[in-house]
Design a protein around this ligand. Structure first.
Ligand code: ADP
Ligand code: G3P
Length: 499
């Protein structure tokens, strides 16, 4: 019987196709980058045709690399960059405008203006679990309908469809037969009521968005449609969908309340499973749908850090201190201990829990004997300190992470993972398969296809590669962390200091 699972991971800078065996081993993987477009300061766009090509090329490449063919594939899972917004014509399939990427800040003024209305900000937080911010899809859809010529009339006539990248790929893979999303992606639009699992009429009215634009919201393991034979060479059911950070939660088998995962790619996203009731944060963390299976919602708290691996890219490409990311590990090992150097990588402001868009980066504590090693080590440590900020915020919301599982490119750095365990004062678990995002999509598709009977089956397929345990005493940890806190306080923008 064919029981291989094909997962598509449609990310912000590249798309990947991965073939997994039913035990969660990677059989083959192919990746293709696509162009980023920055038409104005703060704007970020993707061409949907580039995205589509990167996906279909990756699928072709993954089969070219191994002895398997599409006939060996039982089911297809999709995971994707979240929030990125596209509107297209349902008759022609033509996009009315490029995709507006989650990082795009063009609607900052709209958000600032609407934020004056505290009843609206409270409604947003209580209903969607989010903050009124350009990050999410709602104001991007509003902008498209207001600014693309003829868009509003076409939307009102029912001719247009909205989707995040999962929805767009489902729609194209099924030749326009299916307009669906899953509850995790819906929960990032700022239009979805996470308590009642439906689109929220008040928010649709506020942003003046016709409901006909919106996809049907399904469980994460569900029948999303059949990917066409003309595209794949065989009709394959699409049976698993989740936004990439939630997919990583599933790929890391964080199925119990208290389990958390942190993905260290360009940025870092830490997600904590908070069980069956949404926990609203007093520390500006996001409340979101972790996953929805069989109609049952598991909620999560999420903290996002903008600069994780990107800090290492800056050390490489901006300062030319290292030739490649892996070299950072050797240099950091040579740094003097307790050297007092801190780097706050607020290149684009600070994310959770500060949400300070105007803070800017700094390296503090330099002395005559500070060298490249100390600066590189401080760059790596900044990612750990920021994770500590999130851990602290979660704890103060009454949700202490009991287990932390890590993945993403930077999780391969043993020195960073060791320091992370030290500064958190907690174990850090690294799995054998660090492609957790794609693995999560594969697990979901396998669940719906009957390859796995239940989530316990999935849990058994998660395998630990290494555990990092804390070596610092509490006093040493507190001292190091207070140095970080002082450094952050010195670079915060005074307008946001009270947040
Ligand atoms: N050994 C390493 N040490 C530190 N950072 C690393 C290491 N390997 C990769 N990275 C960082 O991880 C990032 C790539 O991780 P990846 O998960 O592929 O990111 P994304 O999916 O966001 O593109 C890069 O920013 C890179 O600088
Ligand atoms: O595509 P990534 O891995 O950068 O993830 C993007 C996030 O989903 C944005 O919320």
């Amino acid at each position: 019987m064919s029981d291989y699972i094909l997962a598509i991971d449609q990310g912000t800078t590249s798309s990947r196709a991965v073939i997994f065996s039913s035990s969660g081993d990677i059989k083959a993987m192919a990746q293709q980058e696509f162009s980023q477009h920055y038409p104005h300061g703060g704007w970020v766009e993707h061409d949907p045709d580039d995205i589509w090509r990167s996906v279909t090329d990756s699928i072709a490449a993954v089969f070219a690399q191994c002895e398997l063919s599409i006939d060996d594939v039982a089911t297809l899972g999709i995971t994707n960059q979240r929030e990125t917004t596209l509107i297209w014509d349902k008759h022609t399939g033509e996009a009315i405008y490029p995709a507006i990427v989650w990082q795009d800040r063009r609607t900052a003024d709209i958000c600032r203006e609407l934020s004056q209305d505290t009843s609206l900000t409270e409604h947003v937080t209580n209903t969607t679990g989010l903050l009124l911010d350009p990050y999410f899809s709602a104001t991007k859809i509003h902008w498209l309908l207001e600014n693309v010529e003829g868009a509003r009339a076409r939307a009102e006539a029912g001719d247009l469809l909205f989707g995040t990248m999962d929805t767009y790929l489902i729609w194209r893979l099924t030749n326009g037969q299916s307009h669906k999303t899953d509850a995790t992606n819906a929960s990032r639009t700022m239009l979805f009521d996470i308590n009642n699992q439906c689109w929220d009429k008040h928010l649709l009215d506020t942003f003046n968005i016709p409901a006909s634009l919106l996809p049907e919201v399904c469980d994460c393991a569900a029948e999303f449609g059949e990917a066409s034979e003309a595209i794949l060479g065989k009709a394959v059911p699409i049976q698993g969908v989740a936004g990439d950070q939630q997919a990583a939660l599933i790929g890391q088998a964080c199925f119990d309340k208290g389990m958390a995962k942190s993905t260290y790619g360009t940025g870092c996203f830490m997600i904590l499973n908070t069980g069956d009731t949404p926990l609203h944060s007093a520390n500006r963390l996001l409340t979101t749908v972790g996953y929805r299976l069989g109609g049952e919602v598991t909620y999560a708290l999420e903290g996002s850090i903008f600069m994780a691996g990107a800090t290492i890219q800056w050390l490489r490409d901006g300062l030319h201190l290292i030739k490649n990311a892996a070299e950072s590990e050797e240099l950091a090992k040579r740094a003097r201990e307790n050297n007092g150097v801190f780097m706050v990588p607020a290149f684009t402001g600070l994310g959770a829990p500060y949400w300070d868009p105007d803070a800017r980066g700094a390296i503090l504590g330099l002395t005559r004997d500070t060298g490249i090693s100390e600066i590189v080590a401080a760059g790596l440590q900044s990612v750990c300190y920021q994770t500590k900020d999130l851990q602290k915020a979660m704890e103060s919301d009454g949700a202490r992470p009991t287990t932390l599982r890590v993945d993403g490119g930077m999780a391969n750095n043993d020195w960073v993972m060791g320091f992370l365990a030290d500064i958190l004062g907690a174990e850090v678990q690294r799995p054998e398969v660090t492609e957790s995002t794609a693995l999560g999509a594969a697990f979901l598709a396998g669940l719906q296809a009957g390859i796995y009977e239940n989530i316990e089956d999935i849990r058994h397929n998660w395998r630990e590669e290494q555990v990092f345990t804390p070596r610092l005493t509490k006093a040493q940890r507190d001292e190091a962390y207070s140095g970080w806190q002082e450094s952050v306080a010195r670079i915060r923008c005074k307008d946001y200091q009270d947040t």
